[in-house]
Design a protein around this ligand. Structure first.
Ligand SMILES: NC(=O)c1ccc[n+]([C@@H]2O[C@H](COP(=O)([O-])OP(=O)(O)OC[C@H]3O[C@@H](n4cnc5c(N)ncnc54)[C@H](O)[C@@H]3O)[C@@H](O)[C@H]2O)c1
Length: 428
């Protein structure tokens, strides 16, 4: 398999395309976004990920990676396009239970349709996007088969990389490879073998889909459990962070960390794909999603209590991405906190050294020192290294040194004279 066409040049597709191009393949990277194509043509890399810029530049310079707005004939096609959720009205219109979002498969469908005119006998098509169970068999394979081309190989190989460690994990992680038949799975294994050093675990396509969803749902449900304990701890006068540390000394307990909610393109989204497949069988998964989605409102309640009595308080929101040390704000609970604070009439300052631009509605992004200088209350929403390193001197810049810490970023680092430090999940 020499010629590979990768559709979707985002967090998953771009590193994959560059990796294949630097491991002996001729790769065409395809994206429908003019902005993405222009930046890549100008030698800029729009995804901020350790080592990616030099890998992409090397691949482009060698000529083994080319960029285009549409696919060309190839030996294998990899689809790595977004699979977001559609909420509320549209989901209801599609028959989902009240308040349950459903998968928006329109990007996957249009990528599969774009491949069809270029298919040739023996081609391999791999869907890497995360999808609801049966999508490969019931949605993607039928589109490809309508081409009438014989002997097509089709597989679902979910991507499991962790943003921040994408390049290392692309190579080192084990891969679940789900073929619609054995030959498809084996062909996909052969393709990944050019750069994957982890184990290759062959199965069928629907199992591979469910495995990926189970992994993220497992994390979501366990974060919801930690969040529920955080709320209980606040009520009964316990510090949940200490309690979790102690509980985790049990050899068979591994509690996750509470926080202001769950975000990102995966964990906050993928459990809904399981619910979509079986709404009547998934009360636990649905409740966990709602517990996590309820945390931003809880953070706002902590702010409201902390600034009661302050006239026209100014709130600095420190950290807008969904997790530490990345630039990704998709589904970020921090943005939800910001929206809710604004809706309550607070003056809110947005601050995140990793984020370059925000929609206008969130206001101008401010440097940390300016946000602190203007604030009566700082809410830590993402525990970026920059915020974990905040010192008492930094907080003394504030109009009133009051910190609400939803990530346990500063615990034990501030004395009472330095700042009032209120920790989410602590009833102390
Ligand atoms: N980001 C992650 O860490 C991660 C990890 C594992 C799995 N996934 C899954 O991988 C998939 C891709 O996620 P991502 O984070 O790379 O998304 P992304 O939004 O970063 O990138 C997707 C790219 O696809 C392009 N695109 C959309 N429709 C297209 C089409 N028809 N043809 C060609 N390009 C098209 C978009 O313009 C965009 O540049 C999703 O299903 C996601 O759930 C993501």
């Amino acid at each position: 398999m020499e010629r590979i066409c990768v559709l979707g040049l985002g967090y998953v597709g771009l590193p994959t395309a560059a990796m294949l191009a630097t491991h002996g393949h001729e790769v065409l990277g395809v994206d429908v976004s003019r902005q993405v194509l222009d930046r890549l043509h100008n030698g800029e890399v729009h995804i901020h990920e350790a080592g990616l810029r030099s890998l992409v530049r090397a691949a482009l310079k060698s000529g083994h990676l080319r960029i285009a707005e549409g696919p060309e004939p190839a030996d294998a096609f990899i689809i790595a396009v977004p699979t977001p959720i559609v909420r509320e009205e549209q989901a209801l219109a599609e028959g989902a239970p009240q308040g349950s979002p459903v998968a928006d498969l329109s990007y996957v469908i249009s990528a599969a349709e774009a491949i069809v005119p270029h298919l040739q006998p023996g081609n391999l098509v791999i869907l890497e996007s995360t999808v609801p169970p049966r999508t490969t068999e019931d949605v993607v394979a039928p589109i490809l088969r309508r081409s009438g081309v014989r002997d097509l190989l089709v597989a679902h190989c979910p991507e499991r990389v962790l943003p921040g460690r994408i390049l290392a994990e692309l190579v080192g992680n084990s891969r679940v490879i789900g073929g619609v038949d054995q030959r498809s799975a084996e062909a996909a294994r052969e393709l990944y073998a050019s750069f994957v050093e982890g184990e290759m675990l062959l199965t069928d396509a629907t199992t591979a889909e469910l495995v990926k969803l189970m992994e993220n749902t497992h994390r979501d449900v366990n974060i919801a459990l930690a969040n529920e304990f955080a709320l209980v701890a606040e009520r009964v006068g316990v510090d949940v962070w200490e309690a979790i540390d102690l509980a985790n000394r049990h050899p068979r307990v591994k509690m996750l960390r509470p926080g202001p909610g769950v975000g990102g393109h995966c964990i906050a989204v993928d459990p809904w794909f399981v619910v979509q497949a079986a709404p009547d069988l998934t009360p636990l998964i649905q409740t966990a999603r709602r517990v996590n989605d309820g945390m931003p409102a809880h953070v706002v309640e902590l702010v409201r209590q902390a600034v009661a009595g302050v006239e026209r308080p100014v709130i600095a929101c420190l950290g807008l991405t969904y997790k530490a040390d990345v630039d990704d704000v998709r589904e970020s609970p921090a943005l939800r906190v910001l929206e809710l604070l604004k809706a309550e009439g607070f003056e809110v300052l947005a601050c995140d050294p990793h984020v370059r631009a925000l929609p206008e509605a969130y206001g101008r992004l401010l440097p940390v020192s300016e946000a602190l200088r203007r604030a009566d209350c700082a809410v830590i929403l993402t525990d970026h290294a920059e915020f974990r390193a905040l010192s008492p001197e930094d907080l003394r810049l504030m109009r009133r040194p009051l910190v609400i810490d939803s990530r346990c970023a500063l615990k034990g680092r501030l004395g009472t004279p330095d700042a009032e430090h209120r920790l989410l999940g602590s009833g102390r």
